[in-house]
Design a protein around this ligand. Structure first.
Ligand code: C2G
Length: 129
């Protein structure tokens, strides 16, 4: 039973988010997704259009996702990997190299981002702040 984890804000859920969750799940049998809390996004300097409770509910409803946990800090990944018996840590290629330190605890895989779509682009196209 290969267990996979990935992290994200998943604001204004779009095909890029769906693709990475689908492909993360294809790497194993069980997918845990850590969704950034509003408080943590403030630390990341990201202003979300959708509150964390709704972002978590949407991710939880995705058929590739088996479990959703909150992401409250940059530092929780090692503990999450241990606590959830994770075999593979997955992130999109925009994070390439940033989480290589997790190689000590599990396999680290960066998957190519989906071109042409991002939450920032959606906000710009909709003229949201
Ligand atoms: N993503 C993607 N293609 C896109 C947009 C996003 O593959 N066009 C991926 C990102 O690479 C990331 C995931 O979707 O792996 C979630 O993206 P965001 O919601 O933007 O998450 P981010 O703000 O990068 O938070 O500790 C890690 C952070 O929580 C990641």
């Amino acid at each position: 039973m290969k267990r996979v984890i990935t992290y994200g804000t998943f604001d204004l859920f779009h095909i890029g988010h769906l693709n990475i969750l689908k492909r993360a799940k294809e790497l194993g049998d069980y997918l845990v997704v850590a969704v950034s809390s509003d408080a943590f996004n403030a630390i990341k300097g990201k202003k979300c259009a959708i509150p964390d409770s709704e972002r978590m509910a949407i991710v939880e409803a995705i058929k590739y996702v088996d479990e959703v946990i909150p992401e409250n800090s940059w530092e929780q990944k090692i503990n999450d990997i241990k606590e959830h018996n994770i075999d593979i840590f997955v992130m999109g290629s925009d994070w390439e190299g940033k989480f290589d330190y997790l190689n000590e605890y599990c396999e680290v895989v960066y998957l190519p981002r989906t071109d042409g779509i991002s939450t920032t682009k959606i906000k710009k196209d909709l003229k949201l702040k």
